[in-house]
Design a binder for this molecule. Structure first.
Ligand code: IPE
Ligand code: IPE
Ligand code: MG
Length: 234
């Protein structure tokens, strides 16, 4: 069974359920976000072990800015701490770290650390770990269209899907093969709207802070059993 499993090239995860996990324990939501960082570590390890080439994680949506200020601040602090702590491990394991999203709303300090870690790990080629931060799918499509217009304003012509793809913030990254969402919610919540046109979806009831390698393995096995047809007849 293990032997002939199809390993997806790009797995993306909507890491959901931290708040509920904390609440079940009578704790503040931030306690759940902190616990969720252990799940991230486990998933990165799993991805490296299995030879998954791209692992992307939805960490903070454009809509999440509307959460209470203390939670937003706590999440940004956690991100900063994780980058500072994990950078040596990225280097050791050949992980290229990337962040995608609307940077204009991030603090200078966080932007600086993100930039530094991205530059430092740019040449690593084992796994691309991509964090979507301050991101939304509609934002991405809008920024792509607006940049295209700015670049071509003197000679605007009808465009192709490939042109849109090349202006998205994910340009150069293959579209996700598998999207995992934890915590039982079955929606896309304004994540990669364009890029997931033919992605396989996998929903699990497991809350993000409980998500570990066996859960990841179950998702990969489910993916492996799917028959992807891309609209064609096989
Ligand atoms: C996911 O967990 C993390 C973020 C969206 C930042 P939630 O914070 O959404 O947890 P629930 O869905 O309220 O349980
Ligand atoms: C989606 O989770 C965003 C992230 C996991 C970063 P949310 O918890 O914000 O989504 P909704 O509100 O349940 O759709
Ligand atoms: Mg949620």
């Amino acid at each position: 069974m293990e032997l002939d499993i199809k390993v997806p090239q790009h797995v993306t995860i909507i890491m959901d359920g931290n708040g509920r996990w904390a609440k079940m324990r009578g704790e503040e939501r931030l306690f759940g976000h902190k616990a969720g960082t252990d799940s991230v570590r486990a998933c990165v390890e799993y991805a490296v072990e299995k030879g998954i080439r791209y692992l992307s994680l939805f960490a903070f949506s454009e809509e999440n800015w509307e959460r209470p200020a203390a939670e937003v601040e706590g999440l940004m602090q956690l991100m900063l701490k994780a980058i500072l702590e994990e950078t040596p491990l990225f280097q050791k394991n050949g992980i290229r770290f990337r962040v995608i999203g609307d940077f204009s709303r991030l603090s200078d300090k966080l932007k600086c650390e993100i930039d530094e870690c991205m530059k430092l790990t740019e040449q690593n080629g084992v796994l691309d770990l991509i964090v979507f931060l301050s991101y939304s799918g509609k934002w991405d499509i809008l920024q792509a269209v607006n940049r295209y217009i700015a670049d071509n304003k003197d000679d605007l012509r009808p465009i192709t899907a490939d042109t849109i793809s090349s202006y998205l913030s994910t340009a150069g990254i293959p579209d996700p093969d598998l999207l995992v969402r934890t915590s039982g919610e079955q929606r896309i919540s304004n994540y990669m709207l364009w890029q997931t046109a033919y992605t396989e979806y996998y929903f699990t009831e497991v809350l993000w802070p409980d998500f570990r390698k066996p859960h990841f393995q179950a998702a990969i096995e489910a993916f492996s059993r799917r028959d992807r047809r891309f609209g064609k007849v096989k």
